[in-house]
Design a protein. Structure first.
Length: 202
């Protein structure tokens, strides 16, 4: 009888412990966004290298300056930089909506910026994340951090330049936006846009 009472007490204590842990809503919860957070990414040089690689992937995905849709050299074909042979390679011009550009009929849906206005800000956000957090890497020296900052400034500048040469004055974004705040970033003047891009490249 005594053994049964001990067994019942033990079972009750075990169940109470399980229910108490189960009632905690944070039990086994992962951080928002998964295992990797900004803090874990910029803790080691190895992880930070991944963030830098992603910055290049979004800003300069191959040897041509491109947008997030990985299209071939977009606006370059409407300049003297590229010659499209007729009729063999007319498809290149068609995929880039060159016709509406030449005739002055570009719209938000028919533009030579195939990824669209917002796609450039993916690269800008990644560059800003790198700039803001690279000093937190614990196992990297100051020379490496300085080089990465220069690369991030260039990536931010080139994406703003890509926007500028198609849209003129644009909203300038110099901080990583997390999507939770109400955005009220006004379009900058042409002069301010140019001066900012030049200053990032100095």
């Amino acid at each position: 009888m005594k053994r049964i009472a001990i067994l019942i007490l033990f079972t009750g204590a075990l169940l109470a412990g399980l229910f108490t842990a189960g009632c905690n809503k944070d039990f086994l919860e992962k951080p928002q966004g998964g295992t990797f957070t900004v803090d874990t990414v910029f803790r080691t040089k190895l992880n930070a290298d991944g963030a830098v690689a992603q910055m290049y992937n979004l800003c300069i995905p191959s040897w041509f300056v491109q947008n997030a849709a990985n299209d071939m050299p977009r606006p370059d074909m409407v300049t003297d930089e590229m010659y499209v042979i007729h009729p063999t390679y007319d498809w290149v011009g068609q995929t880039q909506n060159v016709g509406p550009y030449y005739t002055g009929n570009e719209t938000a849906d028919a533009t030579i910026d195939k990824g669209g206005f917002g796609s450039h800000y993916l690269g800008i956000r990644q560059a800003n994340l790198v700039l803001k957090n690279i000093d937190e890497v614990t196992d990297a020296d100051d020379t490496w951090k300085s080089q990465v900052k220069g690369q991030a400034l260039f990536c931010r500048a080139i994406q703003h330049f890509e926007l500028f040469r198609q849209y003129g004055g644009i909203p300038l974004v110099t901080e990583p936006l997390d999507g939770t705040q109400q955005l009220d970033i006004h379009r900058s003047s042409v002069a301010t846009t140019v001066d900012s891009i030049v200053s990032w490249c100095d």
